[in-house]
Design a protein around this ligand. Structure first.
Ligand SMILES: [Zn+2]
Ligand SMILES: [Zn+2]
Length: 392
């Protein structure tokens, strides 16, 4: 297939992509609960005559083509616990759940790519593995479950491609970079135990609130003083709960937060410092500090050679002026698990149609990405597949 032929096929199938996207958008489902979504995907694959099977409950893997070479394309399918406020006539019909991270578009673009690739199967010099992955938004994440159930075996893909919509760049652009692009994450949960007393008699109690304040301050010192300033890390305490009245010291304070780094080892070192020193600081105030840390996704590292390969395709697809250098983000993405195992490239698809700072970001109740950008997204997936299997 040549470039113009693929582009014409993508344009011909744009209405199909739109129909699929709006259908999925109206019926969003939370992570690990994508039962109707996966049923819809499987029905569509069956209708298109594409061989597929279920994995990790609500995940689906499909195969197109024949031959020795194999590559994988991945889309995530889950939505978020957000009340949609876009006012669109195809808004969410599942109250309190919304496709606010664009996974509806990711899925629609992968299904449309599947349709076009199936219709042109004899032109493929290899196998395309399509991964419709559940639960990207919630630890431990659908990717690792799909991998544990063998999604990267039989056949084993040589490489994997994925994409994410990006409101921070205009529709018509592709942003990408090699190396670490998304962070390694962990979730932290603190319980600070003090001793309740009358607020006018602090000497009779142990102040958990003051201890929490000291800890939060100290954590900012870890970021500025314990690590090489050339390495990135962010430690954010995002929730603090405790207390019921102006005249009572509470018995206990609960806090939550997140730690993110590009370097997994650095993340581990910072966690160790937090674990060791938080207890010591709490002791100074006669309080106890328990910390539970849940390891999140590893850093997402784009393979350099494969990213250069994709960059050439992006330049062909959207032009050199619209192929942008991606600025690494402290976001998390479980596509990282695939990238830990095989060479991977994950790019960002610009979907902004207004002023950059007026467009609601990802995970916002008013997010309304450009649907037109799907033409570029589908084109990228098929051009990358075609070039990899037939030319590389
Ligand atoms: Zn998200
Ligand atoms: Zn997402």
């Amino acid at each position: 297939m040549n470039f113009e032929y693929i582009l014409s096929q993508v344009k011909e199938n744009y209405d199909y992509a739109l129909k699929i996207r709006r259908q999925i958008h109206q019926f969003p489902e939370l992570s690990y609960q994508e039962f109707k979504t996966s049923e819809f995907i499987r029905q569509e694959l069956t209708r298109l005559g594409i061989e597929h099977k279920a994995l990790a409950n609500t995940g689906t893997v499909a195969l197109i083509g024949n031959g020795k070479k194999c590559l994988a394309l991945r889309a995530d399918i889950d939505a978020l616990p957000i009340f949609e406020e876009t006012g669109l006539d195809f808004s969410s019909k599942n109250n309190g759940v919304m496709h606010a991270c664009g996974h509806d578009m990711h899925t629609a673009m992968l299904l449309t790519s599947a349709k076009i690739l199936k219709e042109n199967e004899t032109e493929l010099n290899g196998i395309v593995k399509l991964i419709f992955q559940p639960a990207e938004e919630k630890f431990p994440g659908g990717a690792i479950e799909m991998i544990n159930e063998g999604v990267l075996e039989n056949p084993k893909p040589e490489v994997i491609f994925g994409q994410h919509i990006f409101p921070g760049a205009y529709s018509g652009t592709i942003s990408l970079a090699s190396g670490p692009v998304f962070a390694s994450t962990s979730e932290l949960y603190w319980t600070i135990k003090g001793k309740s007393s009358h607020a006018a008699q602090p000497h009779l109690g142990n102040d958990a609130i003051l201890t929490a304040a000291q800890l939060i301050n100290y954590y900012q010192n870890i970021i500025t003083k314990f690590k090489n300033p050339l390495e990135s890390a962010v430690l954010s305490v995002t929730s603090i709960h405790g207390g019921t009245a102006t005249n009572i010291f509470p018995e206990e304070i609960k806090m939550m937060g997140t730690l993110r780094t590009y370097n997994k080892e650095l993340g581990q070192n910072i966690q160790n410092v937090i674990l060791q020193n938080s207890k010591k600081i709490a002791e100074l105030y006669n309080c106890e500090c328990e910390i539970e840390i849940i390891q999140g996704y590893p850093p997402l590292i784009n393979n350099e050679e494969l990213t250069n390969f994709v960059k050439d395709i992006a330049i062909n697809t959207v032009g050199e002026e619209n192929t942008l250098q991606m600025e690494p983000k402290m976001w998390a993405e479980d596509f990282a698990y695939y990238a830990e195992r095989i060479p991977a490239c994950f790019w960002l698809l610009g979907v902004n149609t207004s002023q950059i700072d007026e467009m609601p970001p990802l995970h916002n109740s008013k997010l309304n990405p450009s649907e037109n950008a799907m033409i570029n997204g589908i084109n990228m997936l098929i051009q990358a597949t075609n070039n990899y299997l037939n030319n590389k």
